[in-house]
Write a protein that binds this ligand. Structure first.
Ligand SMILES: Nc1ncnc2c1ncn2[C@@H]1O[C@H](COP(=O)(O)OP(=O)(O)OP(=O)(O)O)[C@@H](O)[C@H]1O
Length: 256
């Protein structure tokens, strides 16, 4: 579903050149949930922007379902970290979620149905008429997730979407994403710098090196599909996997 081939990105500015991503190659199968983890500043956001068609890579290419990405692909949605900046404050929750659907040829009734279904799926069935600024941070991020799923994408790219919410809300949102993923069969690439989160959420974890970035390791997470914040996190296998990813990230930071 996602095919990243030799992606390199160099930012050229006045007197400053930054090689953010050196040479990244990996694939994500249809229906998989893959977490991408790496040290801060290693180019995770840069990579997602290249994958979402928001930024052109300096070299290499990204294919989504076999088609080369040259602009935002039709059946791909992105959830960003800063929910506060990704929702429009002057629009109600309903209008924010329905906004991308205006680009689809749908009847008004179908649009309403999709908005209602996706808000219900994230537990916000009664917040249609609220404005984003009337909601808590966790609720605003739920609205951003609802907006992504209302679009019925085949692929969702998520860029550290829970970095700004408190630990309890974060745990709830992690379970929400796993639940939606299992129910909707969508392919998800989830970027995080949180090692525990990557192991808890992913079917696979891709560990990136420090900048200039390459893939350091790909790890299969052989934990049961039914995950539970208490049981899974106290599973000895979970501890082993997180220790392994932690060691990899530390080694990446040391530049080994
Ligand atoms: N528009 C830009 N112009 C110049 N350099 C940039 C730009 N965007 C990012 N960079 C540089 O590219 C590198 C990678 O940044 P990026 O935001 O992709 O990393 P990241 O892994 O997402 O970081 P974090 O985990 O801290 O969010 C950094 O050195 C950053 O300064």
């Amino acid at each position: 579903m996602l095919d990243v081939r030799g992606v390199k990105k160099v930012y050229e500015g006045a007197g400053r050149t930054v090689e953010a991503v050196r040479d990244l190659t990996f694939t994500v199968d249809e229906g998989d949930l893959v977490c991408l983890v790496g040290p801060s500043g290693c180019g995770k956001t840069t990579l997602l922007k290249c994958m979402a068609g928001l930024l052109a890579p300096t070299a290499g290419e990204v294919l989504v379902h076999g088609d080369r990405v040259v602009g935002p692909p039709a059946d791909l949605a992105v959830v960003f970290q800063e929910y506060g900046r990704s929702l429009f404050p002057w629009m109600t929750v309903r209008d924010n979620v329905g906004l991308p659907l205006r680009h689809k040829k749908l009847t008004r009734a179908r649009r309403r149905e999709l908005v209602a279904e996706s808000l219900a799926a994230v537990g916000l069935a009664d917040a249609h008429n609220a404005y984003p600024w009337q909601l808590s941070g966790g609720m605003q991020q739920r609205v951003a997730i609802a907006r992504a799923i209302a679009y019925e994408p085949r692929v969702m790219l998520m860029d550290e979407p829970f970095a700004a919410v408190d630990a309890q809300t974060r745990a709830e949102l992690e379970d929400l994403i796993r639940g939606l993923w299992r129910r909707l069969g969508v392919t998800i690439l989830f970027v995080t710098h949180d090692i525990d989160e990557s192991v808890y959420l992913g079917q696979r974890v891709i560990v990136l090196s420090s900048s200039p970035t390459v893939v350091r390791e790909q790890l299969t997470i052989d934990l049961p599909a039914d995950r539970d914040q208490l049981a899974t996190r106290s599973d000895p296998n979970f501890a082993k996997l997180r220790a392994h990813v932690y060691e990899q990230i530390q080694a990446a930071k040391r530049g080994e």
